[in-house]
Every structure is written in structure tokens, then in C-alpha cells.
Design a protein around this ligand. Sequence first.
Ligand SMILES: [Zn+2]
Length: 477
Amino acid sequence: MKYYLILIVILLLALFLLFQEKTLPDNWKSYIENVNSNAKGYKILESLCFDIGGRVSGTEKGRKAENFVIEQLKSFGYQDIEEDTFSHQGWERISCSLQLDSEPGKEIKVLSLGLTPDTSNIKTEIVDVNGGIPEDYMAIQQDSVKGKLVLVDMKTISGKKRYHRVDKVQIAADNGAAGIIFYNSMFGDVISIGTAAYGKISAIPAVSISREDGMKIRNQLYENKKIIGILNVKNKVQETESANISTELPGSELDDEVVLISAHLDAWDVGQGAIDNGSSVAVVLEIARQFKLQNIHPKRRIRFTFFMAEEFGLVGSTKFVDSHEVLMKKLFYVINLEMNLAPNGINLLLDDRDREWFETLCSNLEGLGMEHRVIADPWLESDHTAFMLKGIPTLTFEENSNIFSRRTYHSNQDNIRYVSEKDMLNCSKVVGIVLLEIANSTKLKKWNLTQEQVQMKVTTFGIDDKLELRKISVIKN
Ligand SMILES: [Zn+2]
């Protein structure tokens, strides 16, 4: 009988703990209920996708997108809206064609990558260089790609170090290639693009074809056939202007400490820019709207920022960091959203001194899809980079990879039909709560890394060679 009672007590305790874990703290409940009962995030995304669509920085649609965000913020009740105009290398596609001498008259579906030169007319042999990373070039005969078109898999080759598309273009140019033809990492006749260089016109033309076409050419080359590619590319290339858009919610106690949340607004022209990065733009707008609507007064100041020219190589955010010295000193944390809809963890990037605090936060958010998952794994492919390299506490969200892998960004498949309204609603809750918790925390203390400390960490994490490839130096001379 005694044992029986003990067993019941243990069972009740276990049930209580289980229930506890799934229950969200009280102060989040009203935020969540309000988001549930009055959500507009998906409506905002619909407008962005259908009324504007692809929005390349510095083009008419880019400007339309900037105005769209300004109007949205005004309609939520934000009055002071900052437009940081900056000039940058502009680019718009005109035409692109690729033919093979093995199949005369047949055009292969091809798109040029962003920031490729204005005019390229190339007729030369195609050489398969596999993943297009340094060891692939080392594996083939020296000089065998000089003046040739190299065929490269866009995908990261598993087990090897990850090289970004831009790195692969630079590596091909360094090896003397005349041009680079990427084929997509996934099947399904999807052509995936992106920028070919960071903020300037690439050294060689870079174009993209489907995985199906890429495999066909590879097979022919494998059978020792010599293939001549005829590549003609035309783009409009000129200096242009864009504007990063920001607004703020004042802090009630620690007004000179600022938590900045950002998402890039620009998107490639071949799709709607729903996944990359309309989804995150809509989430940040929805959070800004909810905070105003719910009369939320955070302890620290919150800044909502929408960057342009991210797709051209983090241009807008880099210019922003360089031109906002006073603000940089006030930044308490920077949260950057990049294609986030199903967050399941937090990446503290270069420095995880606040890991414990974030672990507790994540486990309290388990009911909303977060896992007990806090990592420190710096990456360089979105707007957090310039802040992170400045030594400012910066974080990004980890994504549920099952959901993420189904998304096709940087292609004509970047469409709102791949964005679930339910995911977006959940993301607005998780990110809104993380933002609020940071802005209100009494436990977190402000810190910054010196440039020397950043340099040391960059070396420890082994990302210094990538920075070098991109000609980014941590310590400015
Ligand atoms: Zn993006």
C-alpha cells in the first residue's frame, strides 16, 4: 500500500513537471493571445508578394518595396521613420542564352547571376570541375580551365568545407576560367541564382542551369565528349541608390541600450521573394505592429530595421554599420532574421557567454517549437555579419531543417505557396518573445568584443580564409 502511494506521488510529480514544461510564462500569454486573435503577418506578405514581387535593390521595384515598408510602419503608428539612403553598384538582367555545339539550335534554360558583367560573348570548351572548390581544381590538370567555361555544382559537397557561390566564382576566376556555369543542387527543373560577387561586378560571367541540364552535360563530358558552350549574357549595370528603413520603440528604463531586429527587404527578380526574405520581413513588421497595438513598453529601446542590397553581398547592412557609429556603441543585441519561419534554436555566432540565459529561454519556448538548442556557429551569409564582426552581440535563429529543406529560394519557385500561414504565426510569437525578453532582461549585461578579440575568434572558428576570399578584414587599417 505504501509503495502504491509513493508510486502515485511520483506519477503526479512527473505529470506536473511535464505540464510545467509545456506551460508558457504568464507574461507571454497575453502577447500570444493578441497575436492569435489579430494576426496580419500573412496579409502583409501577400501584399509584398503580389503587389510588388521580386524587388532588386536600386530598381523601381526595390524602391516600391522601401515605400511599402514605410507606409506599413506609419499605419501601425510609428512616426519617426529613418531612410538611410546609400549608393551602390546596381544590376538588372537583360538577357542570357546558352547553347552547346553538341545540340545545335537547342537553347538551354539559363539565368545569369546577379552582379555579372554587362556584356559577355563566350564560345569555348566546357570543363567539369565538380564542386568548384580549391581541391577540385587541384585534382585536375593545371591550366586545364584557363579560358574555359567551368561547370560547377552549386551544392556544398558533404564532408568538405562549405564554400559559398561567390567564393566559387572567385576561385574559378583565380584559376583563369572565362566563365562559370552552375547547376542547381536540387532536381525539379529549378534554376537557382544569387549574386556572383559582393557589392561589385564579378570578375567573370556566372550563369545557372537546372540540375537536370547540368547532369546531362556532365554525363557527356564523362564519356569524353568535348563540348563547346556558346554563352551570351547582357545585363544593365550602373551605379544606383537604395535606402535601409528603420523605426524605433523607445525604452522605458534603459533607453540608451538598443536591441535591433532586422530582415533584408530586397529579393531576386525571378520569384516573389516570399521565402527569401519576405517571410522574415513580414514577421518583423508583424512584431512591430503587435508591440504598438499591445502598448508594449520594453525596458530597452527596440529598433526595427529593413536592409536593402543584402542580395548584392550584404551591402546595405555593411554601409549601415559604417555610418551609424553612435548607434553601434548602444547596441545591446542584434537579431537578424533570414528566411526564418520554423525557428527551433538560437545561434549566438561568435560568442556564447550568454548561453545559459538563452538555454532557459529556449526551454521555456518548447511549446512553440523551440528546442533546447543554443549553438555558437558563426556564418557569413546574411546581414548579421557586419555587426558580428564589429564585436556586437549578435544572434540568428536555427531552423527546423525538415521544413527548411522544402523551401526553394533564389529561384522562380520562391513563391508564397511555400510559406505556411501557421508557421508565420508561430514565428511571430517566438521571435517577438525572444526580442521582448532580451529588451527586458535584468540578468543580461551589455558587452562588446574588441576588434582583436573578434580576430582571435574568427581564427578559432576557422572562418578567416573565407573572410580573406571576400576581402573583408576585421581589423581596419
Ligand atoms: Zn536572404
